[in-house]
Write a protein that binds this ligand. Structure first.
Ligand code: ADP
Ligand code: 2JD
Length: 296
């Protein structure tokens, strides 16, 4: 048995996205843009004696299910063969810790999967490369139905623009050279799985229009303006979020809805100025990484 290891992955607010499902989960993904946040997810992988003892996931100390994390443990297990679930995955328990609201559009599932991959690689001395680990987390997230583009964006950090969908080897990136101060207020969860299981054509059309707009003028202001237009055109803007977004705009801040959650996010302090109990946050300039003993 080897030592435990810990890794961090930033939260990720998707401003807009165009979903591209595909039979090959490594090819599947989304085009779009968003913000990697300094608020994120820390994961500790604790090897156990055997799979009977392991495979448990704890979210802030409470036993939970997180399909993307389970998927990573399965795919990184050297004993697991294609489609073979018998191996049960790497014999480890996984502690997921975050201050972010889960299920509210911050990419907690993707961050947990990515940090699990990085920590498991160290804890079990798997000797996988970064592209292999990001691909494992991306595939697990896509197969879980809890995301399409978060993992690759969280590995890059900053303000990623996803030009082409997919895991490393398929996806293509650019980014915005800015580090704005943002704040957010959440009104609750929105099932990513439910939205991704629905009619994605209107979302894809609105997402492609938003990406075209941003590539014409790649600035943070345009990112939020394109996001705002996307949320309306894709039919995803929920009433509570719309109200907060309009209030922040009345205070002079660009604002929109975090995809996919009942969450409003804004540049500057527009939400606080409008009287909301908003959480300030900065952009996480780098991507996911090992922390503590295993890390630099
Ligand atoms: N308290 C919780 N609320 C919402 N999802 C939870 C919770 N605990 C565990 N989960 C799991 O976390 C994942 C959340 O994924 P998702 O809905 O995409 O949210 P996020 O936007 O945070 O990534 C799902 O696999 C879900 O089953
Ligand atoms: C928007 C979403 C499809 C889901 O994001 P979340 O609900 O935060 O998991 C994301 O994965 C993306 O492709 O941009």
């Amino acid at each position: 048995m080897t030592d435990e290891a810990t890794a961090f992955a930033p939260g990720h607010v998707t401003a807009f996205f165009a979903p591209y499902p595909h039979d090959d989960p490594a090819v599947a993904g989304s085009r779009g843009a968003g913000l990697a946040l300094s608020d994120g997810v820390e994961v500790t992988v604790r090897p156990t004696g055997s799979i009977e003892d392991g495979g448990r996931i704890f979210l802030d100390g409470t036993p939970t299910e997180m399909a993307a994390v389970t998927g990573v443990l399965g795919s990184l297990d050297p004993d697991s063969r294609e489609g073979d679930c018998e191996s049960g995955g790497l014999p480890a328990d996984v502690d997921v810790r975050t201050d972010l609201p889960v299920g509210a559009g911050f990419g907690v599932s993707g961050a947990a999967a990515l940090a699990t991959a990085l920590a498991a690689n160290d804890a079990f001395d798997l000797a996988r490369s970064e592209n292999e680990l990001v691909r494992a987390a991306h595939v697990a997230e896509v197969e879980a139905g809890t995301g399409l583009g978060d993992v690759v964006a969280q590995f890059r950090g900053g303000l990623p623009i996803r030009l082409e969908p997919g895991a490393p080897g398929h996806g293509e990136f650019d980014g915005l050279p800015a580090r704005p101060r943002v704040e957010y207020v959440t009104f609750g969860e929105l099932s990513t799985e439910a939205v991704l299981g629905g009619d994605l054509d209107p979302v894809r059309t609105a997402g492609e229009a938003a990406l075209t707009r941003l590539r014409r003028r790649p600035t943070v202001d345009e990112l939020l303006a394109a996001a705002r237009e996307f949320a309306e055109d894709a039919g995803l803007l929920v009433p509570a979020v719309a109200e907060a977004v309009e209030a922040a705009e009345a205070e002079g801040s660009r604002a929109s809805m975090a995809m996919l959650g009942r969450t409003a996010f804004a540049l500057g302090t527009g939400l606080s100025d409008a009287g909301y109990d908003a959480t300030p946050c900065t952009v996480h300039p780098t991507g996911a990484t090992l922390v503590g003993l295993g890390g630099p």
